[in-house]
Design a protein around this ligand. Sequence first.
Ligand code: LIP
Length: 271
Amino acid sequence: MNSQLGDLRDLRDTAVLIAQETAALIRSSTTREVMATKSSSVDPVTVVDTMAEEHIATRLAELRPDDGLIGEEGNERASRSGVSWVVDPIDGTVNFLYGIPEYAVSIAAAVDGEVVAGAVVNAATGVVYSAAAGEGATRDGQPLRCTTVEDPSRALLATGFSYSASRRRAQAELLTRILPQVRDIRRMGAAALDLCRVAEGSVDAYYEHGINCWDYAAGLVIARESGAVARVPRLSTPGSLGEVTFVAAGPLAPALTSVLTEAGVFTSLGR
Ligand code: LIP
């Protein structure tokens, strides 16, 4: 990568630094006050979501003043450097609200619409996942490799469901076609961590319709760098279009793609 954009490892390390700071701020917060809802009455924004994103935006402006920003909670800035940061201050907000320790700070760097580095920090446990393109993926500094399973009937799939009731109905119908053909599914509630689970091998694949770029951007580069295969929307595609985000362990991808194609997974699910 040319000097203007800096080194991919520097972008990764910046993402890790700010994500760890933000996770510590979230852990120290004493409120779970919901200040608003977004796409539906069950799509909450807490005071902590907003505070966390403000911290991330401030720190990126300090450390990377020429870079752009796309934040889930509305922080946006045009890029002058060619790098744009894609940020979810708390991915898994409902888990955060209920005190389920599966929610994360997700910070990714993208160049020309491609994610090149990122960090996902589980804000409840402090576990740090990170990657830079061509540099591998790690969890707390240890290298990550996805699983070697090839047969979909032996595969454990992570998935998720929408804040829209009509889309959840369609997702449930889709699931009835998939579940008998795989080992089992897990619904943990945070796409960023689901993608890191593919990278670490605690699930074999993940798919979900209608998530946004900030949900998957950092987890995508972490999963790819662990040997996973990904089929994802363009970063500019809004989640409202219902396109699928699909990531699978490399050896599993061909056969699982066939099973999911037959089930209709690669057809967008409207609202
Ligand atoms: C969440 C995603 C999750 C999805 C939830 C929600 P949020 O993001 O990470 O995969 O199933 O419906 O979209 O809203 O917590 O940032």
